[in-house]
Design a protein around this ligand. Structure first.
Ligand code: GLN
Length: 492
């Protein structure tokens, strides 16, 4: 079969179970596509061909024996922020260019236990700081829809790999939008789960009170399959919740769109910088949901203006603390010929970290320093609580909240936005992390340059099933999620 990469996760699962093709054939098919097409997209940092084929053979044996997991034998790509035993984990940083983890992240271990086949590790902004994936020390990844555009970030490699059919599904992480925004830029479905739903163990920390891993795929159905594997309590992550996990696949039709109350925040649709095409496509998608029976309710989210400053204080503060472990002593990059310990620390960090990471370490350290702590960090935490309360109040009256995932479509590579311009592009995603809520991006059409536009639906706590179900039903009634970039149509 030459078009195995066109099959959904459900179709792949059925095909493997009924022996229409083997995991080895499927894995070889993807490896061949990666070899031929990825030089143009540059989504992979590391391709683990040998290990993938061994895992595929093991999956084929399990499939033959008849007691394989639903996803056994299906390939996936991991964001290079998830630790993988024996395989380099760089987090997009020169600092970790030589880092091989002695253990697997829980997400990776769970994927392995289910029999998923790891194709490799995909590119990202350094330590997940960024919105374009250009902040990676290995260089930029291209958007499969237009190779001179970015795929978004920080999980840009994950999005580009799936959008170019170089992996059927991928893991991503979202601290302030890094699953939803690249999914939006690449025409994919991506779910940021409730904080605590997916284990952060072995996920290299950026801002620990905001970080959350999740699935990136073509459809809500595909995301549901991966959520079934990666969600759940983990004793190794004290912030993961000990709460029953839904069967996300079984629940795909569990929510009725008829009568669903969708909140439309007034403030969100008047943001300066909201692109006219993005606005139009999002409004059309909401019209469609209305036709399907949803009730659109205008709501207020009065804290909107506080999102960007609050996040860009708290996230760098946590990052400055988390990244203090990279000092050239125990692991990671070490400068040459240090004259003394201070020189070793200073030069290892100056040479090992890129500009954006250094900027955030400086901001975060400043905000946490004695004398400024109360004025900045404590204040930001108070505002964070107000942002959360704004959402809780809104959810008294609506089931979900709709927004664009990003104010624009994908930027051009090298557009060189100033840090503040770049941060303002995160306006629609940051508050979800500050409040710890789940949210999903669904593709809803294209702008005048044929670049994808995404709709974001924000749910209340632990409503992942509901979000996946709403998007699944939208996708049963529309075909945006089936559209493929020209490069994905190429055969290897
Ligand atoms: N773009 C945001 C940032 O740069 C969000 C990144 C993320 O979610 N990891 O911090």
């Amino acid at each position: 079969m030459t078009d195995l990469h066109r099959l959904s996760i459900r179709e792949l699962s059925e095909g493997l179970k009924t022996a229409q093709f083997s995991s080895r054939e499927l894995t070889e098919h993807y490896l061949k596509r990666i070899a031929h097409i990825d030089p143009k997209v540059k989504s992979y940092v590391t391709v683990t061909a040998e290990q993938a084929l061994a895992e595929a053979d093991a999956a084929d044996a399990a499939l033959k024996s008849g007691n394989a997991h639903a996803l056994a034998g299906i390939p996936l790509a991991h964001k290079d922020i998830f630790c993988t035993q024996g395989i380099k984990t760089t987090a997009g940083s020169k600092m970790l260019d030589n880092f091989i983890s002695p253990y697997d992240a829980t997400v990776v271990a769970k994927a392995k236990a289910a029999g998923l086949v790891t194709l490799g590790k995909v590119n990202m902004d350094e330590f997940a700081m960024g919105s374009t994936s250009e902040n990676s020390y290995v260089g930029a990844t291209s958007n499969p829809w237009a190779l001179d555009h970015v795929p978004g970030g920080s999980s840009g490699g994950s999005a580009a790999a799936v959008a170019a059919d170089l992996a059927p599904i991928a893991t991503g992480t979202d601290t302030g939008g890094s699953i939803r925004q690249p999914a939006s830029f690449c025409g994919l479905t991506g779910l940021k789960p409730t904080y605590g739903r997916v284990s952060r163990f072995g996920m290299i920390a950026y801002a620990s009170s905001l970080d959350q891993g999740g699935p990136m795929a073509r459809s809500a159905e595909d995301c549901a399959y991966l959520m079934n594997v990666i969600a759940g309590h983990d004793a190794k992550d004290s912030t993961s919740i000990n709460k029953e996990v839904d069967d996300y696949v079984a629940n795909l039709n569990g929510t009725t769109v008829k009568g669903l109350r969708i909140g439309i925040p007034k403030q969100y649709f008047n943001v300066a910088g909201l692109d006219a095409d993005v606005k139009a496509r999002v409004e059309e998608s909401l019209k469609k949901l209305e036709e399907m029976g949803a009730i659109l309710v205008e709501i207020d989210l009065n804290m909107t203006e506080a999102y960007v400053p609050t996040y860009y204080l708290i996230a760098p503060a946590e990052a400055s603390s988390n990244l203090s472990r990279f000092d050239g002593v125990r692991y990671g990059y070490r400068c040459e010929n240090p004259v003394d310990l201070m020189d070793l620390y200073k030069r290892s960090r100056s040479e090992g970290f890129g500009a954006e990471v250094q900027r955030r370490i400086l901001i975060g350290t400043y905000a946490l320093s004695a004398g400024y702590y109360d004025a900045y960090y404590v204040k930001a935490q108070k505002v964070r609580r107000l942002i959360q309360q704004d959402f809780l109040k809104a959810f008294e009256n609506v089931d979900v909240i709709a927004a664009p995932s990003a104010p624009t479509t994908a930027y051009k590579i090298g557009a060189n936005l100033s840090p503040t311009e770049m941060y303002l592009g995160d306006i629609y995603t940051l508050a979800v992390n500050l409040a710890g809520l789940p949210a999903i991006n669904a593709p809803v059409g294209f702008d005048k340059d044929s670049l994808p536009v995404g709709l974001q639906l924000i749910g209340s706590y632990w409503s992942e099933s509901q979000l996946l179900s709403i998007v699944h039903q939208y996708q049963q009634n529309t075909d945006w999620h089936t559209k493929r970039a020209a490069i994905a149509e190429e055969n290897a």
